[in-house]
Design a protein around this ligand. Structure first.
Ligand SMILES: [Zn+2]
Ligand SMILES: [Zn+2]
Length: 343
C-alpha cells in the first residue's frame, strides 16, 4: 500500500509498505477513507518533533472503516465507520483515569500515531487501544464532517474546555488557522458575549469572517485598541493558536487580569514569559497538547448541534498525490486552510 513516510529531517516521501496487521489483542486495523495533513506533520518534517521516528508513516487525522480487530476489542467491530483519535491511550494508567490521556504512560500512549508508530496518510493504519482510540461515527455524519474530530477539532474543543469558558465571556482566539477556527467554532457553542479572532493575514481574516460571521476578525495592529475598549481590560479567555513569538506575546498582553490563557499552539522555538511585566496580572496559563478523549462528545455536537468545520477543507487530493497536498499545505498558498487526502 502507499504510505507517506518520514525519512529524516527535511524529507517526507511516498513509499510502498505492507498492509499493517494486528500486533496485540487491543489493536484494530482501519481502512482509511479520508485523511488530512496537519501542521504537526510539517513540524515533523522540520525536525521540530524530536520523538518522531525515521521511517514512520506520518498522518494522525483520519477516518475509515474497521477491517480487523483483536480479541480484546469490545467497543468497535469490523465494518464500523470510525474516527481515529490523534492520541492512543490505555484508559487505565493514573493519567488516563483522570482524562490526561496525552500523558498516558503506556509506550504506545499519547501522540504515537504518525509520530512514533505508523500513522494514517496511507491506505490502512493499525490503531493500538482501539476501544479508546476509535469512535464510531454517528449515522448521517459524512467523512469530511467527522475527519477533524480526532485532532484539530479536538484541540479546539479541549482549549475551550480547559479555559473554563462561561456564558457571557469575551473570548479572544489568536491565529485563524485550522486550530484557531476550530477553537472559535467550539467557543461559539458556549454563548460568549464576544468572539474576537486576531489574525495577521488579511486572507485568513476574511476566511474566518465567512466561517464564523458572529466573530470580530481583527489584525494584531487593531488588537491593542480593541483591548482598551473591553470592560475588564482584556479578554476573559485567550486561546493562543498562532504559534509565533508575536502571537505568544499577544496571548498574555490582551488577557484581562485573572484571565485564563490556553496555549494550544506548538512552537518551533522556545518562548519568553516576561514575568516582571506580567507580575500582578495573575494569569492562569494552560499549555497543550490536547487530551484527545472527547471524540464521542464532539461527534455528538456535529450530529446534533450543528458543529461543522468541514468548510475548512479548501482542497482535496488523492493519496498518490499526497506530496502535492503537503507542499500546498506547507506553502499556505492558494487560500489553503486544510487539505483532505483520499486513499
Ligand atoms: Zn495534528
Ligand atoms: Zn494510559
Amino acid at each position: 500500500m502507499l504510505a507517506y513516510t518520514y525519512k529524516g529531517k527535511g524529507e517526507l516521501r511516498t513509499e510502498e509498505k505492507p498492509v499493517p496487521r494486528l500486533k496485540g489483542p487491543r489493536d484494530a486495523v482501519v481502512k482509511v477513507t479520508l485523511a488530512s495533513v496537519c501542521t504537526s506533520d510539517v513540524h515533523i518534517k522540520h525536525g521540530a518533533v524530536p520523538r518522531a521516528v525515521k521511517g514512520v508513516t506520518v498522518g494522525h487525522e483520519m477516518v475509515g472503516v474497521v477491517t480487523e480487530v483483536g480479541s480484546g476489542v469490545h467497543d468497535v467491530a469490523v465494518g464500523d465507520r470510525v474516527c481515529v483519535n490523534v492520541e492512543t491511550f490505555c484508559g487505565e494508567c493514573w493519567f488516563c483515569r483522570r482524562g490526561y490521556v496525552n500523558n498516558c504512560t503506556d509506550e504506545n500512549g499519547g501522540w504515537a500515531l504518525g509520530c512514533r508508530i505508523d500513522g494514517g496518510l496511507a491506505e490502512y493504519v493499525r490503531v493500538p487501544f482501539a476501544d479508546t482510540g476509535l469512535t464510531r461515527i454517528p449515522e448521517g455524519v459524512g467523512d469530511e464532517k467527522a475527519l477533524l474530530a480526532g485532532d484539530v477539532l479536538a484541540t479546539g474543543y479541549w482549549a475551550v474546555k480547559v479555559s473554563g469558558q462561561e456564558a457571557g465571556d469575551t473570548v479572544l482566539v489568536i491565529g485563524a488557522g485550522p486550530v484557531g477556527l476550530c477553537a472559535a467554532a467550539c467557543a461559539k457553542i458556549k454563548s460568549p458575549c464576544r468572539i474576537i479572532v486576531c489574525e495577521e493575514l488579511e486572507e485568513r481574516r476574511a476566511f474566518a469572517k465567512a466561517f464564523i460571521p458572529e466573530a470580530e476578525c481583527v489584525s494584531p495592529a487593531d488588537m491593542a485598541k480593541i483591548t482598551r475598549s473591553l470592560p475588564r481590560g482584556g479578554a476573559d479567555r485567550v486561546l493562543e493558536c498562532g504559534g509565533t513569538e508575536q502571537s505568544f506575546e499577544a496571548a498574555w498582553k490582551y488577557a484581562r487580569p485573572n484571565a485564563s490563557v490556553v496555549i494550544a499552539a506548538n512552537y518551533e522555538r522556545p518562548q519568553v514569559l516576561p514575568l516582571p511585566d506580567m507580575y500582578g496580572k495573575n494569569l492562569t496559563f494552560i499549555t497543550g497538547g490536547v487530551d484527545g478523549c472527547d471524540c464521542a462528545e464532539i461527534l455528538r455536537l456535529i450530529a446534533e448541534e450543528g458543529l461543522d468545520v468541514s468548510p475548512l477543507f479548501t482542497h482535496t487530493f488523492p493519496l498518490r498525490e499526497v506530496e502535492r497536498a503537503f507542499a500546498l499545505f506547507e506553502s499556505r498558498s492558494d487560500g489553503v486552510m486544510k487539505v483532505a487526502v483520499k486513499p
